[in-house]
Design a protein around this ligand. Structure first.
Ligand code: CP
Length: 315
């Protein structure tokens, strides 16, 4: 068994061996994408519920595609179409789902700890698809897979995460996962968006963008999450772009092989210039493609799937 657990709530709780095991399996599912028939009948008869209490494009569709490609039965529900609109609580919702005998629940929620709470109430497996500013483990895994594809072993590799670190669940999952695999993580952004306490997780903090990127192997550029700002943490979008935006000028200062990631959705010409977002250094759509493979691997392994399956698939 690669995943000796019922739930995946964050990369904080996963071991390096678990992370590497999921990524190896994801590599095999990624190879299946190049086949004319992209689905495998290995989760027939299992039921997965996708519960999105916050907006999502990539994560929601990626989970749904992953489940379809595993041939699972799927139920989607969102706040807009559920009895949350009538005041039903998360606990009552969870107990109703449990009564329907589902095998797995995927949850995105605005409150940190929502996935952990449901994992205690439900007997089925729970995967956290993003809980407030806490963690987004599948995004962390797909980001790490994208880095591994280009850099191989991440030990000693320099990863700079830039932007709104304080509100970012993506940053937290990247930090936990990358540290476990031996990468050197630097956080960069305005002091109002980079909590000094994160240095305790083993990260370097650098407020000067030029110093933070000049010897990086990869930049992971984060969205400014205005929806989570109680008060504005910076003077304006133009000011932010001028000081912390990844512009063509910043790219010219990078090492020739350095590549640029962004989890999406992007604020074009705020944290990343459009020319860079569409340019030769970015690997943003590779991240999206890897996301489906990572989610297939996670769902399959968490369901007790054979880690040796598809071993002839390459990857
Ligand atoms: N990266 C990410 O979580 O995107 P969505 O919010 O569109 O799911």
């Amino acid at each position: 068994m690669i995943l000796q657990r019922k739930d995946v709530l964050g990369l904080e709780e996963m071991t390096a061996e678990e992370i590497l095991g999921v990524l190896e399996m994801a590599g095999r599912f990624r190879a299946v994408f190049d086949r004319p028939v992209r689905s495998v009948p290995i989760m027939r008869g299992r039921t997965v519920v996708n519960f999105f209490h916050e907006p999502s494009t990539r994560t929601r569709i990626s989970f749904e595609l992953a489940e379809k490609r595993l041939s699972a039965d799927i139920v989607n529900f969102s706040t807009a179409t559920s009895s949350f609109k009538k005041g039903e609580t998360l606990r009552d919702t969870a107990e109703n789902l449990a009564a329907m005998k589902i095998d797995m629940l995927i949850i995105r929620h605005g409150s940190p700890g929502a996935a952990a709470y449901l994992s205690r109430v439900l007997e089925c497996s729970v995967i956290n698809a993003g809980d407030g500013a806490h963690e987004h483990p599948t995004q962390g895994l797909l980001d790490i897979m994208t880095m591994q594809q280009r850099l191989g072993d991440l030990r000693g590799k320099k990863v700079t995460i830039i932007g709104d670190i304080s509100h970012s669940r993506v940053a937290r999952s990247n930090i936990w996962g990358l540290n476990k695999l031996g990468a050197e993580v630097t956080l960069c952004g305005p002091p109002t968006m980079v909590p000094g306490a994160l240095a305790q997780l083993g990260c370097k903090i650098e407020f000067d963008l030029h110093k933070a990127v000049v010897d990086a192997d990869v930049l992971n550029v984060l969205r400014i999450q205005l929806e989570r700002h109680a008060t504005r943490s910076f003077p304006g979008n133009r000011e932010y772009h001028r000081v912390y935006g990844i512009t063509p000028e910043v790219v010219r200062a990078l090492k020739p092989e350095t590549f640029i990631m962004h989890p999406g959705p992007m604020n074009r010409d705020v944290e990343i210039a459009s020319e860079v977002a569409d340019g030769p250094r970015q690997v943003i759509l590779d991240q999206v493609a890897n996301g489906v493979a990572v989610r297939m691997a996670l769902i399959y392994l968490l369901s007790g799937g054979d880690p040796g399956a598809l071993s002839g698939a390459g990857g």
